[in-house]
Design a protein around this ligand. Structure first.
Ligand SMILES: NC(=O)CC[C@H](N)C(=O)O
Length: 369
């Protein structure tokens, strides 16, 4: 028990509520919007998902850390969450194939974990009161100072964060001379999306978010993809303009999560901040085109306005979230363009929705003929 000091730690919420916990041995402070993920597995993939940039993650699974970390179970090159709040933290790993412990992983990247928090009560509180900012700290003496620091944290609403995680240089991924060429507009891509296209024989070029439409087209792609990403989609007007050009090209376009929200915006629909986002691996969605249900992975705090989808003459609702009837997927009526609010790459999560990658590749192939 070298690190496990069991000193006090705290999470202070924007509405003034305090939840006490224990230090895991890692010391410090972290601020951001507090959110919870109900997935029972896949913590490393969640912590490295760029869409979580700047968020304090509360895990509802009772045990975190017990299976350690593995170099290839990542969605980006490092931890993207601002900090972690959990119930039982294990600094020891019990998986023969693990490369290291979660403790060392966080320690090396200078990130904070606090444990022994009543995460059920905390999640119920956030669920009742809605999304809000929080500060976690192992310096628990001066709560007023924490309140002061918390008051300076910007609201997630209106925040553009993709520029912090988008690639700085374009890079190639997948097959060298694949059957189809997909240009990826990177707003903070999860690697498993690229792995899914690669598995289907695609060549990709991943472009920084500041790339112009013309620059992407110079590569001569067969299809265009808009990625997931952190922050408020309403704060990305420049990117929406590029996405509009992508839609207006004759090429097939696919968008996931942030990509979906930006495609909707480019079609004149608006997005809004949800009272509570969807974050987990068991969210029920109905595919309205086939009538089939899908259990999906989700991670979003914003959504496209349902009234706008219903009122649109050009956009058609293709998928609906069955818990709260929010739009889960759309397509453009007279164009080869579609998008989903959830995560078919499902890392972690069930693979019910992986057909969407096949659909996109098929759409590209049909279009090429
Ligand atoms: N995973 C994502 O792409 C998230 C999109 C956006 N940041 C949201 O929270 O809704």
């Amino acid at each position: 028990m070298a690190h496990y000091q069991k000193k006090k730690a705290v999470i202070l919420l924007q509405d003034g509520t305090l939840f006490w916990g224990k230090s895991t041995g890692l010391e410090g402070e972290a601020t951001g919007e507090v959110c919870f993920n109900t997935g029972m597995t896949g913590y490393q993939e969640i912590f490295t998902d760029p869409s979580y940039l700047g968020q304090i993650m509360v895990t509802t699974n009772a045990h975190i850390g017990n299976y350690g970390v593995k170099a290839d179970e990542v969605e980006s090159e490092g931890i993207k969450i601002a900090g972690l709040v959990c119930k039982n933290f294990s600094e020891y790993k019990s998986r023969p194939s693990a490369d290291g412990s979660l403790y060392d992983y966080f320690d090396d990247q200078n990130k904070l974990i606090i444990s022994d928090v009543d995460t059920r009560a905390l999640v119920r509180h956030i669920r009742d009161k809605g999304a809000m900012n929080a500060i976690i700290s192992t310096n628990t003496e001066d709560i007023d100072k924490l309140k002061q620091k918390l008051s300076e944290v910007p609201s997630m609403e209106g925040l553009e964060l993709s520029s912090k995680v988008s690639t700085k240089e374009a890079f190639d991924y997948g097959e060298e001379n694949g059957d189809v060429k997909i240009a990826v507009l990177d707003l903070g891509v999860k690697l498993n999306i690229l792995r899914n296209f690669a598995k289907r024989g695609a060549s990709m070029r991943v472009f920084p978010m500041t790339t112009s439409f013309e620059e992407m087209m110079e590569w001569n792609p067969d299809g265009l993809f808009v990625t997931n990403g952190p922050g408020d989609p309403a704060a990305m007007m420049n990117t929406v303009k590029v996405v509009k050009q992508m839609i207006d090209s004759v090429l097939p376009v696919f968008g996931i999560c942030m990509g979906h929200q930006l495609i909707a915006q480019a079609m004149g629909l608006s997005t809004y901040k949800m009272f509570n986002g969807h974050r987990g691996i068991n969210h029920p969605v109905k595919n309205l085109l086939t009538g089939k249900g899908e259990i999906t992975t989700q991670n979003h705090g914003f959504a496209v306005k349902m009234e706008d989808v219903e009122a649109s003459e050009t956009v058609e609702l293709t998928h609906i979230h069955l818990n709260d009837n929010t739009p889960a997927g759309i397509r453009i009526k007279d164009k080869p363009v579609f998008s989903v609010q959830y995560h078919p790459e499902a890392y972690p999560g069930p693979h019910d929705s992986s057909y969407l990658f096949d659909d996109f590749i098929n759409l590209i192939n049909t279009h090429k003929k």
